[in-house]
Design a protein around this ligand. Sequence first.
Ligand SMILES: Cc1ncc(COP(=O)(O)O)c(C=O)c1O
Length: 391
Amino acid sequence: MPAVLLLHYPLPPDHYPLAAMNFIDLKSQYRRIKPSVDARIARVLEHGQYILGPEVLELERVLAEFVGTKHCIAASSGTDTLLIALMALDIGPGDEVITVPFTFFATGEMIALAGAKPVFVDIDPRTYNLDPAKLEAAITPRTKAVMPVSLYGQCADFDAINAIAGRHGLPVIEDGAQSFGATYKGRHSCGLSLVGSTSFFPSKPLGGYGDGGALFTDDEALATRMREIRVHGQDRRYHHPRLGLNGRLDSIQAAVLLSKMEIFADEVAARIRIGARYTALIEEAFAGATSRVRAPYVEPHNACVYAQYTVEVDRREIVETRMKALGVPTAVHYPLPMHLQPVFAHLGQKEGTFPHSEAAARRVISLPMHPYLAEADQVKVVAALKEATAE
Ligand SMILES: Cc1ncc(COP(=O)(O)O)c(C=O)c1O
């Protein structure tokens, strides 16, 4: 079986090659929720309302209650939800939207796809999130929204960002694709600003068995617009006051997500515990070793869900190669910041414009992370990291 097929088509467990360690482990989770998920999927197959069926409505209720917003609009992906939010705020050509250069490509991509110009603000190097101290200087008369990212599962500083945006009458859209389940000062990610967006890509803290995403807001009129845009901009069947897209969620994905919500609080607690254990192990292993590895910094007011457990190292390429040889899978999120992507070259922001984003892109490396990671495996990962970062 070619390796590429193994990546795309999960096979029964006994057909998997004996991996040294998984970067994420969706099989253990499936074993845990199998009776629930199988029953819910079977119900969808019986009733036959495959798109925006009753499971989608139920999921929207469950998620809105979890986040604490009046409205949840489930949609086709965490990319489409960003575009839907921007379109619902009438953002388009001639407008500017502020975001960070250090994020997954979709954040800047959807701003540009909406027709607006992405304007980048550098990150706080400790949290990798938008530095509020740099926000005001980036606001111009053309700015129409601010779109901070809650990277790696830790919320950006929304009180500070909302206060600055509020002074300028700007809406704030949280790209919470990686932070569903995280809290900021006790409040849930996606409910921290006018609109929150998340992703249900399988590897996300709340992931489906395919693509999916959701939007959250308390604003009734905005919720209505986002619902309309989700289905071709129609306000009733075959009547289109605006343009939209096919941004609908499948009922089978909603069924899967409802099953996963049954164990989500427990998985979030496990992620927090496992993240803290990694940090303690790293601090112990590298004590006195003049910081060859930097563990993640989490603000005291944040609970991070560690969509990624990401550390910083010197000479990353060497560390990656050595970790692979030691049987520990790693990944880099993300190697090239937005302003240095070829498609944004016309913005004219050369290397050196956003030093913290550029340094992070050169130095970050993510370790295996999922709620079922055993302590013994974490010990192995950190031992491998020590070996891989040795002179
Ligand atoms: C920060 C961020 N924004 C947006 C997205 C897009 O989400 P999706 O893959 O569901 O389209 C992702 C997912 O990888 C992400 O990490």
